[in-house]
Design a protein around this ligand. Structure first.
Ligand SMILES: CC(C)(COP(=O)(O)OP(=O)(O)OC[C@H]1O[C@@H](n2cnc3c(N)ncnc32)[C@H](O)[C@@H]1OP(=O)(O)O)[C@@H](O)C(=O)NCCC(=O)NCCS
Length: 165
């Protein structure tokens, strides 16, 4: 179970990033449907993120208090590779640097790399965000998504402890 209770505030815009809890379950489900019209996680899948040790579940709160984004990162059930399992910014709040910020906050909570993620081949916007932030394509999962689209696996190596850029 994650014990991180840290909270971050983007002073420029009044947005905040906080640890999400089970009380956010329905709001996250609603957000997932806005962000991923074809691939939204169901309640059970979201619940798994919260009961899985090793996961960091972060919510982005808009200045008016609405849920503007959600990301989950870590090792599912504490096992295997470290993944950015999901990340999404509500369409009303995209293209303001918030996705990049949420991604960075996920990475800040991960102590051992590398970090992996899978993105649709057609999702150029997300791939651009990842490429700009140090992720590199290393594998293609043919027909990974339900509609047969390929999944591009990307990976980022973390700096060894003590090295800061
Ligand atoms: C992919 C996604 C998370 C990006 O979120 P976002 O908040 O729009 O992204 P950002 O604004 O942080 O950054 C994206 C790019 O937008 C541009 N950008 C950032 N702020 C901007 C602004 N104020 N004006 C114009 N462009 C801007 C930049 O090119 C930025 O790239 P960089 O900061 O890495 O150089 C978002 O589009 C999304 O939720 N998409 C649907 C779900 C999805 O595809 N998730 C990923 C699945 S793998």
């Amino acid at each position: 179970m994650t014990v991180d209770t840290g909270s971050r505030v983007n002073a420029n815009a009044g947005y905040g990033i906080r640890r999400a809890t089970l009380f956010d379950l329905l709001a996250i489900r609603w957000l997932e449907k806005q962000v991923f019209p074809h691939d939204a996680y169901g309640l059970i899948e979201i619940l798994v993120l919260f009961v899985s040790p090793g996961m960091h579940n972060l919510k982005l709160i808009a200045p008016d208090g609405a849920l503007a984004g959600f990301a989950a990162a870590g090792k599912l059930f504490g096992l295997g590779r470290t993944w950015i399992v999901t990340i999404g910014i509500h369409p009303d709040h995209q293209r303001r640097g918030l996705g990049r910020w949420l991604l960075a906050e996920c990475e800040a909570r991960i102590t051992t790399g590398p970090i992996y993620l899978t993105v649709r081949r057609s999702n150029a916007r997300a791939q651009d965000l990842y490429l700009r932030n140090g992720y590199r394509e290393f594998h293609v999962r043919r027909g990974y998504y339900p509609n047969g689209e390929d999944g591009i696996e990307m990976r980022k190596d973390l700096d060894p402890p003590g090295i800061q850029r």
